[in-house]
Design a protein around this ligand. Structure first.
Ligand code: SF4
Length: 212
C-alpha cells in the first residue's frame, strides 16, 4: 500500500474508532497484520475456545495460524463430516469464547455491513459467542451503508462466488444481478449499528488490503 494511503488510513481509523465507541463497540488500529497478530495474542486469554466463519482476512493476517499453533481450544467447523457432527460442532461454536470474522464493509461512521447466504458467521455475530473479533482491512472502509452493500456485491461476492462455485450471476458474469438463484449468497444483509453488550464486539482496523 502507498505510504500516503497508509497515513490517510491511520487518520480514518482514528475517526472510525471514535464512532465505534459511541456504538459501544471497541475499535483498535494496527498498521500491519503482524501488529494485529500481537494484539489478538494480548486480547485472547490462553485456553479460550475459538471459532470462525469463512474469512480470508482471518487467514491472511496470520491470526488464524497463531491461534492454531497456540494454547487455545479450536472449534473448527471443517472437522465435521456428517450432519450429526455438524450439529455437534455448531453447538460448540455457538458457545465459543471468541468468534473471528471480518466485515464486508465498515462505514466511516462505524456501521458494520455484512452479507451472507447461510448466515453461519452472521448468526454467531448476532448472538452466542462471548466475544466477536473482526479483522478489517483498509479496503473495507466506505462512506455509508448503501456504499457498503454495493461494495460487497461488486468486490466481495464475485470472488467468493468463484471460490464457492455458486453458479450465481456474479460467478457467471462477474457482475451482481440482484439474483434469487438457488445458491444466492445475499440472503441476509446485516448492519450492526450498536452493541448492547459492553466489550463483546471488537473491531481491529488494519492498514493493509485484506480479504475480498
Ligand atoms: S445477489 Fe446474487 S448475483 Fe448479486 S452478488 Fe448476491 S449472489 Fe451474486
Amino acid at each position: 500500500m502507498h505510504e500516503a494511503r497508509k497515513a490517510a488510513f491511520a487518520k480514518t481509523a482514528e475517526t472510525i474508532i471514535k464512532n465505534l465507541k459511541k456504538r459501544n463497540i471497541e475499535g483498535y488500529y494496527c498498521a500491519r497484520s503482524a501488529d494485529a497478530v500481537e494484539l489478538v495474542r494480548e486480547l485472547v486469554p490462553e485456553g479460550s475456545s475459538i471459532t470462525w466463519g469463512g474469512s480470508e482476512s482471518f487467514a491472511e493476517t496470520g491470526v488464524k495460524d497463531m491461534l492454531l499453533a497456540g494454547n487455545y481450544r479450536i472449534v473448527d467447523r471443517s472437522r465435521a463430516t456428517t450432519p450429526e457432527e455438524q450439529r455437534e460442532v455448531w453447538r460448540e461454536r455457538v458457545c465459543a469464547d471468541y468468534h473471528f470474522m471480518s466485515a464486508n464493509a465498515i462505514t466511516t461512521g462505524g456501521e458494520i455491513v455484512n452479507i451472507d447466504g447461510n448466515a453461519d458467521r452472521l448468526s454467531l455475530l448476532l448472538h452466542g459467542p462471548e466475544h466477536v473479533i473482526m479483522l478489517v482491512g483498509a479496503n473495507k472502509v466506505v462512506s455509508d451503508v448503501e456504499s457498503g452493500v454495493k461494495r460487497t456485491r461488486t468486490y466481495a461476492c464475485p470472488p467468493n462466488a468463484a471460490r464457492l462455485h455458486t453458479e450465481t450471476p456474479c460467478e457467471l458474469t462477474g457482475v451482481c444481478a440482484e439474483c434469487h438463484a438457488p445458491k444466492c449468497m445475499c440472503c441476509q444483509v446485516v448492519v450492526t449499528r450498536h452493541s448492547r453488550h459492553t466489550g463483546r464486539i471488537k473491531v481491529v482496523l488494519i492498514g493493509e488490503d485484506l480479504g475480498f
